[in-house]
Write a protein that binds this ligand. Structure first.
Ligand code: NOJ
Ligand code: CA
Length: 665
């Protein structure tokens, strides 16, 4: 075995204000697991996941180490946008079950010492919602009320005398944001689908009605909400045209005109004061149409006299692969760009009393392995683990999406059957209409974009077993969307039995983080920023220091760490995604294998009194004393052995078992 590297990371850290566990809120330490209920587990053979399916799998979350489950919208809905088109906030969609099922889910989750949050859209309703039906009628008959609950406009008249929308805003799901309504004889605003009219938050009654909805569910005992598109609820009072950036198109991106609007902070503060302040909850504000780190501070900083949200879900790191915010225009990106985005978020939020969310994929985004690394079978497991080390060693609250812990990748194919998502279907329809012929190059590009970015990439059912449809539904039932072929090795059942699987790695990382709370609250500092292959960063508290080193390339590479002020004397390898011992150290250079990720730790410098360090370490260990399994083997062999098909083989240790590294002494 190699002699352990000596290590001392010499620093006296300034670790900001949150430097002890007891100053932290429960949600700051949490792993929040997103359940897309329709694709999770079907229990009644209709091919759609349901609430009972989640209840039946609650112990699964406990085993994995999840703290909070986030449930996709379960309300009454015509389901034109996976339930983000709500037609009744107070009723459970019978596709998913009943109110009794929901109550059971809440109580069974709590029995297991976990928390549960619901996903809710407050920016818009379904056009089938009674509120909208009343509003459209009341354009002609004021006495019905709710006249101003949505945005209505007579529009403009073009040179031919035809009524046209009042402005050129482009809907997130292509086309205009305005739809003509025959009954009202006016246009209404819909930033998303035409069946999703935007609510007018400037109307006090709307806000009060929504607060009642929130109270209803909070009183049922839930622990918070993921608030859909929450930075869109205050719009500009005028509706000016957006500047022309898309040549040849009538409809122009207008995110900056409808996001983070003039009354947004006022409304969020009011919502906090009237609703959330009365409960011990987490609020996760999704901000898909643009939020900068500075704006996120405005929404979440604990220094603000009037609180708003606990967390925001930001998107800049997943927008690097598109041009000008257009998700379908594919763009190549370089690692330093990704580092720059994450650096800015980490630093700005840590320094200003905010708190980051850490996430890589969700029901709107493709799989992270395919996006940030490669789905190639030879590297798939390594990449899954590399990304896990990345996500679990940054500062913030971790969000993971179902199947991420299994190393799921994009299915990588295009079929009409796969394109059920409204956004993808509308984009494809528009691309076909615009194309000159079936073989138009533009259509080829559109297909490629859908294969890489379409939302159905992550919406396919999870493979629980190697049974037909991955055990998601009965063998003779048809799942609502085809389950992809994940094969025996990648299903949950196989992975849970395999201590070297991606699933076992996630489990270990979740536990490891609980054991090393500096990873929650420590400072963040990137080293060697311009390195195009390696991402290395330190996380520090007053008493401990961690170094994450990630090789984001498919080739072996080296890192001259001493040039970046790192001294590895006495450091300890806490976790690695390779099964074999790390490469021999050629001081002062580290050799890294393809997609290798390592986490090292050390106590902080000799200038810190030893006793103090011991005490801090003790506190950290006591907080969650769970032994961690690591994924390197005590062997001097460090090359990854693969067979001809690139499938992983057994590790090269003498006993073939992963070792358990004791906590730091
Ligand atoms: C964001 C949700 O995550 C997405 O799925 C939905 O289509 C839009 N908001 C509209 O509600
Ligand atoms: Ca079902």
């Amino acid at each position: 075995m190699n002699s352990p590297e000596k290590c001392e990371i010499d620093t006296t850290a300034d670790c900001g204000e949150i430097d002890t566990l007891d100053k932290m809120r429960w949600w700051q330490r949490a792993t929040i697991y997103q359940v897309l209920i329709q694709s999770f587990q079907d229990t009644n053979g209709d091919g759609k996941g349901d609430i009972r399916g989640v209840v039946n799998r609650l112990d699964y979350f406990v085993t994995l180490g999840v703290d909070v489950i986030w449930i996709a919208p379960i309300y009454q809905s015509p389901m034109s946008d996976m339930g983000y088109d709500i037609s009744d906030y107070y009723t459970v969609n019978p596709i998913f079950g009943s109110m009794e099922d929901m109550e059971l889910l809440i109580s069974e989750t709590h029995k297991r010492d976990m928390k549960i949050i619901l996903d809710i859209a407050l920016n818009h309703t379904s056009s089938e919602h009674q509120w909208f039906q009343t509003s459209r009628r009341s354009r002609k008959d004021r006495s019905l009320g709710k006249r101003d609950w949505y945005f209505w406009s007579e529009g403009k008249v073009d040179e031919t005398g035809k009524r046209i929308p009042p402005n050129n805003w482009e809907s997130t799901f292509t086309g205009s944001t305005w739809e003509w309504d025959d009954m009202a004889e006016e246009f209404y605003l819909h930033i998303f689908g035409k069946n999703q009219p935007d609510l007018n938050w400037d109307c006090e009654d709307v806000r009060q009605a929504l607060y009642n909805v929130l109270r209803f569910w909070l009183d049922k005992g839930i622990d918070g909400f993921r608030l859909d598109t929450m930075n869109l609820v205050s719009k500009t009072s005028e509706f000016p045209d957006a500047p022309i950036v898309k040549k040849g198109s009538i409809w122009q991106p207008a995110n900056f005109l409808f996001a983070n609007g003039p009354h947004i902070h006022e409304y969020l503060q009011e919502m906090y004061e009237q609703v959330f302040s009365k409960y011990d909850v987490v609020t996760l504000g999704e901000m898909s149409c643009g939020v900068s780190p500075a704006q996120a501070v405005e929404y979440t900083s604990r220094h603000k006299p009037r609180p708003e949200l606990s967390l925001v879900i930001q998107f800049q790191h997943v927008e690097l692969d598109c041009y000008d915010g257009d998700k379908w225009l594919l763009r190549e990106w370089e690692l330093p760009e990704l580092k720059a985005v994450i650096n800015e978020w980490q630093a700005t939020l840590i320094d200003n009393g905010g708190w980051n969310t850490l996430w890589m994929e969700n029901h709107d985004q493709p799989r992270a392995i395919s996006r940030f690394t490669t789905s190639h079978p030879r590297f798939r497991a390594l990449c899954a683990k590399l990304l896990c080390v990345w996500q679990y060693t940054l500062q913030g609250t971790n969000l993971i999406f179902q199947g991420q812990e299994l190393g799921m990748v994009n299915p990588g194919m295009f079929t009409e059957e796969m394109n059920q998502d409204i956004e993808t279907a509308q984009y494809w329809k528009a691309a076909c209409e615009a194309a000159g012929s079936e073989h138009d190059e533009a259509l080829t590009l559109a297909k490629k974009a859908i294969i890489q970015k379409g939302r159905d990439n992550t919406r396919i059912p999870i493979p629980w077993t190697d049974a037909p449809h991955g055990g998601f539904t009965e063998p003779d039932c048809k799942p609502w969307i085809p389950a992809s072929e994940h094969g025996k090795d990648w299903c949950c059942f196989s992975q849970q039995k395999d201590p070297e699987s991606v699933w076992s790695f996630y489990r270990a990382m979740i536990r490891m983080r609980k054991n090393h709370p500096t990873l929650y609250y420590g400072t963040y500092e990137t080293l060697d920023m311009d390195n195009p292959f390696i991402w290395a960063y330190k996380r520090r508290s007053k008493l401990r220091c961690y170094l994450t080193i990630l090789n984001f390339s498919s080739g072996a590479t080296s890192w001259a760490y001493a040039e970046h002020g790192v001294d590895l004397k006495g450091s300890k390898l806490l976790i690695s995604n390779y099964l074999t011992q790390e490469a021999t150290l050629v001081e002062p250079i580290l050799l890294l294998r393809p997609f290798e990720g390592r986490l090292k730790s050390s106590q902080v410098s000799s200038s810190t009194p030893r006793q103090l360090a011991k005490k801090a370490w003790q506190e950290e260990s006591d907080s969650a004393a769970v032994p961690i399994r690591v994924f390197f083997i005590s062997s001097s062999v460090f090359s990854l052995r693969q067979d001809d098909r690139g499938t992983r083989q057994s590790p090269t240790s003498s006993d073939g078992q992963p070792t358990t590294v004791p906590e730091d002494e």
